[in-house]
Each structure stands twice: as C-alpha cells, then as structure tokens.
Write a new protein. Structure first.
Length: 208
C-alpha cells in the first residue's frame, strides 16, 4: 500500500464557494485522485482553511503550515509521497508578502519533508510541490485579497525556480484549473475533478 499525504489549505479541504460548506469526499480533488489511482494507494487529507506556508496569522491564528508540518508527517508516517499545495492564503493583504517570498515559504516546507525520516525505513518521502492557481479579486474575499490577482500570476515562475533548486517535481495548478467565478479563490467541482486526475497521473510517475 502506497501512502500519499496531501498537505494544503481550503482547496485541499474542499471549500464550496457557493455554500461555504465542504464538498463531499468524492468531489474533492483528493477523492478524485484516490479514485483515479485505484487500489493500492492510501490518500491522507490534511487540508486546513486559511493555512499559509510559513506565516503566522495575527487574526485567525494556528494557520502556519510549517508549525504543523513535521508533527503531521510524523503522525502519518511511513509516507511514500507528500503533496504540498499552499501559497494562496499567503496572498492575503494582511501578510504583505511578495510572490518570491511565498515561493520561498513553500521551499521551507519542501526542505522539511526532504530532511525528515518519515518515509519507509526512516528515509525521506518524495515530495510533489503544487503551485496554486491564480486568484481573482471578486466576491466576499475581494477586500481580504486586495492586490492578490496580479501577485498570484507571478507564483508559477517562482515555484518553478524553487522546484528546480530543490530537485522536487512540480505541478502548476494554474495550467489545469481556474478559480471559482463566485469568490475567485476556491475551486468548483469540475476543477477539483481536473486537478485530481492530473495529480493522480503525477503520483504514478513519481512513486509508481
């Protein structure tokens, strides 16, 4: 049984932009990926609404991805692969973080997994870094994400640079999905399906 942990934010949790609730398991990209992979894989969902890469949220608290990452992968070990898809919440105006530093925050997480002993036999698991899709400043989150639309379109290039430096495979979600026309941040069901299938293909490439 190959074990894949999905470490992300509300788009991994499955936030529904229209109802503000959670999509069913078979609609979320994690569930679609699991179904596409078939038997022989265990998919572990670790999505948290509002999670950042490495930044402390002064308003919501407990959203720093780095603080939780090591306890998380230690809890679920042994792991064959960790998928990291974060960076969208780093775009919030309250953090005032440039796109390059958001990618560097993701790099901190990748390095932490690469240096861990949470894979089989005490080795490090493989890591797949996913660059988040561009966002739009519309709907209920428009003010919170003021200035994020332009910045989000710079993430892809910076994430590619980080992935190359760390020898880590990358999936650019922006090449596959678009953010919801309702709130400009989250994914609609059809986008979850596209992302889940694309990630399943990458998982098979990386760990077989």
């Amino acid at each position: 049984m190959k074990r894949v942990l999905c470490f992300g934010d509300s788009n991994t949790w499955g936030y529904n932009a229209q109802t503000w609730d959670r999509f069913p398991a078979d609609v979320r990209w994690t569930g679609v990926m699991h179904a596409s992979l078939g038997p022989g894989y265990e998919v572990i969902e670790e999505g948290l609404n509002g999670r950042t890469t490495v930044w402390n949220d002064p308003i919501e608290g407990y959203k720093n991805g780095y603080d939780y990452l090591i306890p998380c992968i230690e809890t679920h070990k042994p792991l064959d692969l960790v998928i990291i898809m974060l960076g969208t919440n780093d775009l919030k105006q309250r953090f005032s973080v440039p796109a390059e530093d958001i990618a560097k925050g993701a790099a901190v997480l990748v390095r932490a997994v690469q240096r861990s002993e949470t894979g089989s036999g005490g080795a490090a698991p493989a890591v797949l870094l996913a660059a988040p899709a561009p966002v739009e400043e519309i709907g209920r989150f428009a003010e919170m994400f003021q200035g994020a639309a332009a910045k989000s379109r710079k993430l892809s290039a910076h994430f590619k640079t980080i992935a190359q430096e760390l020898g880590c495979p990358l999936l650019d979600a922006g090449e596959i999905v678009v953010s919801s026309p309702v709130d400009g941040i989250h994914l609609e069901p059809e986008e979850h399906a596209k992302l889940g299938r694309a990630l399943a293909a990458r998982v098979k490439e990386i760990i077989g």
